[in-house]
Design a protein around this ligand. Structure first.
Ligand SMILES: NC(=O)c1ccc[n+]([C@@H]2O[C@H](COP(=O)([O-])OP(=O)(O)OC[C@H]3O[C@@H](n4cnc5c(N)ncnc54)[C@H](OP(=O)(O)O)[C@@H]3O)[C@@H](O)[C@H]2O)c1
Length: 231
């Protein structure tokens, strides 16, 4: 498949590397332009491109940038991209640590619903709740004991099916986590968040989440990250 990756940081470069290794034709972009990605592209087997070209370069486009940066993407980025192209949002909103306050999300919109609104295009939420280190190292073949499961949420069954296949391809058990309106269950701090769970445990954790606690979950997660990086 042709896959465009927007964002070449911790997550974008790991996804691009693994996808290229599995034979996909991967393009990768960041905020500074393709020249800044020459060495990385050669190392991981991906083609450096502009953000505009990454959006046009795929059967699948992965958005792997900080949530606040989604508002800075070029206007109309996906306007001429066929509706069959699947857009994956891997982002997490971190208001205190990184993104600043986004009123719509603080007011109850889910992280990926806000992203979809910003880019004017439906998204599938996936890869947001596995840490970069686990994504880099812990993928294993289907059927392997202890295989980590990852949730995939979104409204289009066809788009979701494509992303479930990618998750499997990358070495993780794909779990259908419902519609985008269910994606709060995999947002920061929820019982399913970044726990490297197997499929049955992941399903239980998704079911256990409490919608009234979304903001609390997020705040707890940010507090844990803050204390883990405190000097
Ligand atoms: N790190 C993790 O373990 C992890 C796990 C799951 C999900 N996530 C989520 O995944 C997203 C990416 O995280 P990360 O850790 O990979 O971030 P990161 O290491 O900070 O990398 C961010 C990338 O986004 C690019 N970027 C920023 N603004 C951009 C713009 N306007 N246009 C194009 N590219 C832009 C940056 O490019 P420049 O360097 O050129 O500015 C950089 O390549 C975040 O939402 C994060 O919460 C992270």
């Amino acid at each position: 498949m042709r896959i465009g990756v927007i964002g070449a940081g911790n997550m974008g470069r790991i996804l691009a590397r693994h996808l290229a290794k599995r034979g996909h034709r991967v393009s990768i972009a960041n905020s500074r332009g393709p020249e800044s990605l020459t060495a990385l592209g050669a190392e991981i087997g991906a083609t450096p491109v502009s953000v505009v070209d990454a959006a046009k370069a795929g059967d699948i486009v992965i958005i792997s940038i900080p949530t606040k940066a989604v508002a800075d993407l070029p206007r109309g980025l996906f306007a001429n991209v066929p509706s069959s192209v699947v857009v994956i949002d891997i982002g997490n909103y971190h208001p205190e640590l990184r993104d600043g306050r986004i009123d719509a999300i603080d007011g109850g919109m889910l992280d990926s619903q806000w992203v979809a609104q910003q880019i004017g295009r439906p998204v599938i939420k996936a890869f947001n709740n596995i840490l970069a280190e686990s994504l880099l190292e812990k993928g294993v073949p289907r059927g392997a004991k202890g295989r980590i499961a990852l949730p995939v949420a979104g409204d289009s069954l066809d788009a979701k099916a494509a992303v479930l296949r990618i998750v499997d391809d990358l070495g993780f058990d794909p779990v259908d986590a419902g519609d985008l309106d269910d994606s709060w269950r995999q947002q920061p701090g929820t019982p399913a968040y970044c726990q490297d769970l197997e499929a049955a445990a992941l399903r239980r954790a998704l079911a256990e989440a409490d919608r009234s606690r979304i903001a609390e979950y997020r705040a707890e997660r940010e507090a844990r990250i803050r204390s883990s990086i405190a000097p």
